[in-house]
Design a protein around this ligand. Structure first.
Ligand SMILES: *Cc1c(COP(=O)(O)O)cnc(C)c1O
Length: 849
């Protein structure tokens, strides 16, 4: 039946005829239709990929009325909108999350089962959209979920990388990388909007001219133009009608190809320019916390920033005659410095293209932008060589010089005597090759600067950004990170969620603090037994996964001790390995050693060019090879490296952990969010006083947290006084034995060279102070062993950890940003009655006549 012919107030029977109805029958028919009409397959010949695609379209169709109504509501009400600019969005799979957020999980399961299929198997066929490296990209994804759930008008802006983070495989214990062809099947979640394409300029030079009033002005004569095509993905809130867009830009050439070249017979030359343009959004740089000063990377940054700002300006000018009041309609958040060139691009748009006076443009810019810092590692702060910058963005370099000139004049005025201060605050690093300091640009151009955990913000104020703090203490905020409980508890840990909901109703999913009402159950032996049964179930699933993927049998009743995150020396996966080897040495000396059986699980990718990180992966696998087959160990310890850690694998891993390893050198991990996902799912943490660990310990209670290691201040003091790692080696017999085992070739088939770079780095430099923390860590692991022996007490600690994690819902983080930094309020999206009925909000049972 032609839908447009149905009067909107007619009886419900026609509603159920609609193709986007929510009854099991309608869902089944839509699924079958999509398989036939979109995938072009008979069911008998369809693959699991086809079933996935058909089901994904079934869900997308059900998001569309909410999505379009959301956009219409925003436009009509001229609301202030959050624009979250991020080079990375590590969204994870969409289908399961859409089922959760639309409350359709059970009905779709029934529809799929009645079609003779298995929902979990279909869900596994969605490629994991890995458009990010790790914590930073995943944070952006959790924030989008919370923004939509809190009904905040928001757009995520980023890059539609054709290849996301590489697929990791392990060959002979080493990491190897395989391209991530996530778009191979097509992407059912995105809608291309070529009608809203924008042009981005690169290169060339600038020139002075006089405008119609005779004023001297600058203009940019670029030598290259690239088109940005927006691709929109719906981001549904949980239990709301809000569906916000994630808008990712794809680069295309502005001309199809060069007809001159083509007609002259130069066929490949005719498309070479097109290919170069499209390279810009081709691949995600796989570096976490270590920028690569590559031209293409700067081009990517400017590309998505310019597209996004033009889009923001276009939307603003649909409702307003001027950009004067932009800060009233737009709050632009810079997720790290990757999009910081936006400060200069906004100035260029205002001054060069919209004729604003510099000072007014600067006020608009500062009021609109805010900047989140993500790192304390000095080597991770982005600095672009002035030469490279000038070649790609000549006008932006001029603007940055002008910003800098005016800024340093102010500083001179405020602090006349301090030339050191001037050179530290400058947007340009002098001495050697001149560089543009992107963090300084972001600080100067923003009204708010925030760190991502309490300690991190304090260290920014005292150290990394202390000079800016001295100028503008009022600009600094802390916004401790969070994670969405919808993906990281409800979707990942259905059994635990069922328990929570049975005791509390569904309110905890939007207010995780409600879980604290379960405190009294800690004393209930039945509740504890049920808690253990759930954890055991999750561990069994992981044991099955390990058997299938690693061909290794692990004891599902052993203590699951897990470290999953990017491989980085500051995260100290190798400290974890030193504990394993120490334990192994003890077993070799005393084969009857009485310890709790443990399964050590590792996962994480190393940047392909990060030699030491790759060597750490090889070390884990080499130790695993020896330990797992040594008959003296008698299976009491097992070591597993899970290949290709990503969001989907995370959803399996966080719920099965007994112990969460958060062992970074104090003062190095800005926040961490993996630590939060583990705790919410009932793992205890062994960790240093670093990042959000500190706040997790405060919430869980110090008695429910395994703390070890130097504090950030002690780390700094020890560095200051001259740290000599070899002295720890010489004075600690177990440490010496452990290092000697590695150096001797014991884990490398007699090859003494293989791990020499790692051993030498630890012995003679040890920049992350593993040796200083070694003994305390080992002792703390002994405590863990004893604590695990008392299962009742362990369970109590596990429960308390989980139910006291309300603070770490990203809903809390986002509410704070909204109130303190963005000045935005929720906007209710009302569905018309007709659509509401379609959406099943007042149709809980299939409608029957
Ligand atoms: C949460 C998450 C991270 C961040 O983990 P940390 O332990 O905080 O470094 C990285 N990668 C993925 C896939 C995640 O889900």
């Amino acid at each position: 039946m032609n839908q447009s012919m149905i009067p909107q107030d007619q009886c419900p029977i026609q509603i159920e005829d609609d193709r986007t109805g929510m009854s099991v029958e309608t869902l089944k028919r839509a699924f079958a239709d999509n398989l036939f009409y979109l995938q072009g397959k008979y069911e008998s010949l369809a693959t699991q990929d086809d079933f996935y695609m058909a089901l994904a379209y079934t869900l997308r169709d059900r998001l569309l009325s909410r999505w379009l109504k959301t956009l219409k509501t925003y436009l009509e009400n001229d609301v202030k909108t959050v624009y979250y600019l991020s080079a990375e969005f590590l969204m994870g799979r969409h289908l399961g999350n859409s089922l959760i957020n639309l409350h359709l999980y059970d009905r779709i399961r029934q529809a799929v089962e009645e079609s003779g299929l298995d929902l979990e198997e279909i869900l596994e066929h969605e490629p994991d959209p890995g458009l990010g490296n790790g914590g930073l990209g995943r944070l952006a994804a959790c924030f989008l979920d919370s923004l939509a759930t809190l009904e905040i008008p928001a757009v995520g802006y980023g890059i539609r990388y054709e290849f996301g983070i590489f697929h990791q495989i392990i060959q002979d214990g080493w990491q190897a990388e395989i391209p991530d062809k996530w778009l191979r099947l097509g992407n059912p979640w995105e809608i291309a909007r070529p009608d809203q394409a924008v042009e981005v300029k690169f290169g060339g030079h600038t020139e002075i001219y006089s405008d119609e009033k005779g004023r001297p002005r600058k203009r940019w004569i670029p030598d290259t133009r690239v088109m940005g095509i927006p691709y929109d993905t719906p981001v549904p809130g949980y239990d709301t009608n809000t569906v916000n867009p994630l808008r990712l830009w794809k680069a295309e050439s502005s001309d199809d190809f060069d007809f001159g070249e083509f007609n002259a017979g130069n066929y490949d030359g005719a498309v070479s320019e097109k290919m170069r343009s499209e390279t810009i959004s081709k691949v995600l740089y796989p570096n976490d916390n270590t920028p690569q000063g590559k031209q293409l990377r700067l081009e990517q940054q400017f590309f998505f920033v310019s597209c996004s700002l033009q889009d923001i300006v276009r939307v603003h000018l649909m409702r307003h005659k001027t950009l004067d009041n932009l800060p009233e309609t737009a709050a632009i958040q810079l997720n790290d410095t990757h999009p910081a060139v936006a400060i200069a691009e906004m100035m260029r748009l205002l001054v060069d293209e919209h004729g604003f006076d510099w000072n007014i443009a600067w006020r608009i810019t500062q009021k609109t932008f805010a900047y989140t810092n993500h790192t304390l590692l000095p080597e991770a702060l982005e600095r672009w060589s002035v030469g490279l910058f000038e070649a790609i963005l000549p006008r932006h370099l001029e603007i940055i010089y002008e910003i800098n000139h005016r800024f340093l004049e102010d500083v001179k005025h405020w602090y006349p005597e301090d030339s050191g201060l001037l050179s530290r605050l400058s947007l340009i690093e002098e001495g050697g090759e001149k560089k543009v300091r992107m963090a300084n640009l972001a600080c100067v151009g923003s009204h708010a600067i925030n760190g991502v955990a309490a300690l991190h913000t304090e260290l920014l104020k005292q150290d990394t950004l202390k000079d800016f703090y001295k100028l503008w203490p009022e600009k600094f905020y802390n916004k401790t990170n969070g994670v969405t409980p919808r993906r990281w508890v409800l979707l990942s840990n259905p059994k635990l969620s069922e328990l929570f909901t049975r005791k509390l109703g569904e309110g905890w999913l939007k207010d995780v603090d409600q879980l604290r009402k379960l405190e009294s159950y800690v004393e209930d032996p039945e509740f504890r037994a049920e808690w253990r049964t759930i954890k055991q179930h999750n561990k069994q699933l992981m044991a099955d996964y390990i058997a299938a993927h690693n061909g290794l049998e692990v004891d599902p009743h052993s203590l699951f001790d897990i470290q999953v995150k990017r491989i980085h020396e500051y995260k100290r996966q190798h400290l974890n390995v030193l504990n394993i080897i120490t334990l192994y040495n003890r077993i070799k000396q005393n084969p009857d050693l009485n310890i709790q059986p443990r399964t050590f699980i590792f996962g994480g990718k190393a940047a392909p060019g990060y030699f030491m990180a790759k060597l750490i992966i090889k070390l884990v696998n080499s130790v695993a090879e020896v330990v797992n087959k040594d008959p003296d160990v008698r299976g009491r310890i097992k070591v597993v490296f899970l290949a290709n850690f990503n969001a989907s694998l995370g959803q399996r891993i966080y719920p099965c952990a007994d112990l969460s390893e958060q062992v970074s050198t104090a003062g190095k991990e800005a926040s961490g969010t993996g630590n939060m996902k583990f705790s919410m799912n009932g793992a205890l943490t062994i960790g240093t006083l670093d990042g959000a660990n500190i706040e997790i310990r405060e919430e869980a209670g110090a008695e429910n947290f395994f703390l070890f290691g130097l504090t950030a201040h002690e780390v700094a003091a020890l560095k200051q006084q001259g740290y000599k790692p070899w002295e720890y080696y010489e004075q600690n017999a177990e440490l010496k034995q452990t290092i000697d085992r590695i150096a001797s070739g014991f884990f490398s088939h007699g090859d003494r060279n293989m791990f020499k770079p790692l051993v030498d780095s630890l012995m003679y430099n040890d920049p992350y102070m593993l040796f200083a923390d070694y003994q305390d860590y080992i002792d703390c692991q002994d405590k863990v062993d004893r604590a695990y022996a008392d299962q009742e007490s362990w369970t109590k600690m596990s429960i308390l950890n989980s139910i006291r994690m309300g603070k770490f819902s990203s809903d809390r983080t986002i509410s704070e940003y909204c109130q303190q930094i963005w000045g935005v309020k929720p906007v209710k999206v009302e569905l018309e009655e007709y659509n509401q009925a379609l959406a099943g909000l007042n149709v809980t049972q299939p409608v029957s006549s």
